[in-house]
Ligand binder design. Sequence first.
Ligand SMILES: NC(=O)C1=CN([C@@H]2O[C@H](COP(=O)(O)OP(=O)(O)OC[C@H]3O[C@@H](n4cnc5c(N)ncnc54)[C@H](O)[C@@H]3O)[C@@H](O)[C@H]2O)C=CC1
Ligand SMILES: O=C(O)[C@H]1O[C@H](OP(=O)(O)OP(=O)(O)OC[C@H]2O[C@@H](n3ccc(=O)[nH]c3=O)[C@H](O)[C@@H]2O)[C@H](O)[C@@H](O)[C@@H]1O
Length: 472
Amino acid sequence: MRVSIIGSGYVGLVSAACLAEVGNKVLCCDIDTAKIDQLKSGSSPIYEPGLDELLERNQREQRLDFSACIEDAVNHAELIFICVGTPPKEDGSADLQHVVRVAQQIAEHMNGFKVIINKSTVPVGTGERVAEEVRRVLIQRNALHPFTVVSNPEFLKEGAAIDDFLRPDRIVLGTDHTPAGQRALRMMKALYAPFQRHHERLICMDVRSAELTKYAANAMLATRISFMNELANLAEKIGADIEQVRAGIGSDPRIGFSFLYAGCGYGGSCFPKDVRALIQTGVDAGENLSILRAVNNSNQRQKRVLVEKIIQRFGEDLSNMTFAMWGLAFKPETDDMREASSRTIAAELVLRGATVQAFDPIANETARRAMDEDLTNFRQDGPLLGHFEIVKTQEDTLINADALIVCTEWRMFKSPDFLMLSRTLREKAVFDGRNLYDPALLADYGLIYEGVGRRAEPADQGIPVEQMRLAS
Ligand SMILES: NC(=O)C1=CN([C@@H]2O[C@H](COP(=O)(O)OP(=O)(O)OC[C@H]3O[C@@H](n4cnc5c(N)ncnc54)[C@H](O)[C@@H]3O)[C@@H](O)[C@H]2O)C=CC1
Ligand SMILES: O=C(O)[C@H]1O[C@H](OP(=O)(O)OP(=O)(O)OC[C@H]2O[C@@H](n3ccc(=O)[nH]c3=O)[C@H](O)[C@@H]2O)[C@H](O)[C@@H](O)[C@@H]1O
């Protein structure tokens, strides 16, 4: 089939590459000409495992092309996906300006029947709003081409996006009951047929329910994480260990193990913004979503949890302290820095005078831009006291460092040389925002360990590890 994708970000590019991979002719469009030039020259503007290979193959085999011209995209296909950003507005609601603009542009160039598919995460009612915009422009043009708007929310996770798209848990399709809507449904079913494994994964519903399904999924996952984060904070205070509790409750199939990891808060381009947007949808509808308000507040507090531990140990004035920071991206296997906890932690430490030496295996560049922006904002509020620096290697972060902070659970951070850490870190302290390490093991190495919800173990003050080894 012929498919156009408007918006070549994480969702647009992954969708385009995967749809091309199964034989569709895909034209991917973006307003950002630099991005399109880069894609045309064969390099990807984002880091996503497996994406480069798919882009390269499908471009070479002429199933995938890129254009900065929306008219080309509208002419190219009957199926047009909207994959542009829906960032939060000041009040938390989703900013639909890009979606609405794309709807208008599609209508300006429409030349026959089109299926307009909302893949961006959009509040309930956006399908109707897009249809209204298209109709308005078509009436102005006196060109009443038939069209329908479908909701097809995306559930991929960054870092695992290709696999999520090629082997989805479910595909949600929201259509209306008009003949055009039903024709679109048949087309969408055919488009997604190659991605169904052994059984039906399509869930068909009305447009509004599909739009709400997307927010409901993200809000549910964010709630689970925040619930575990709060239990973790409690566990610390009452001498329990959240990792043991996680194993204990996850084994109940009604609860399950996924998304039960406590840590220094959830980030990313979606959970924070979608929880806030759903709260605002509630406000507009006169429904107080009190659980989600609590989730949002709880997560903001959680992003500061390591800062609180650091202050408790070293005091408010951190001007003589240097922190090694491992991991900057909001999660492993991505270069995405949107709402990453590392940003909150680094900024809070720098404001208290600390030097932060950070390293991320992939996100160093995006992190540099994000941190420059954050620290410039802080600078406007008063003098910046400390210093933030991204260094070349994981080892370089440790030069003259007093303590280590782990913000992202990249695989390479999972089994470091603890002996070296205990010899290098001046204050021998490890603040583990992703609960990667065993508190008792670190205590054996004489390291002070602070996780999130882990039972504190006093650092071994007795026999140095080397001597223990000699003795045994
Ligand atoms: N990033 C993710 O993992 C997921 C994101 N989503 C949702 O998908 C949507 C897109 O998210 P991302 O891909 O992360 O955003 P992104 O910010 O990476 O990409 C959006 C792209 O749209 C382009 N764009 C904006 N206005 C345009 C216009 N008028 N014409 C053509 N292109 C235009 C931008 O230049 C940008 O390249 C959002 O609503 C998001 O909530 C849904 C599931 C997963
Ligand atoms: O709408 C979206 O954009 C996407 O949002 C999330 O995907 P993503 O943000 O890429 O990443 P997740 O793996 O969900 O992680 C989000 C955040 O939660 C944190 N997290 C995750 C799991 C967990 O147990 N604990 C935890 O703190 C991660 O560290 C990360 O900061 C959803 O998982 C996707 O299904 C959805 O499509």
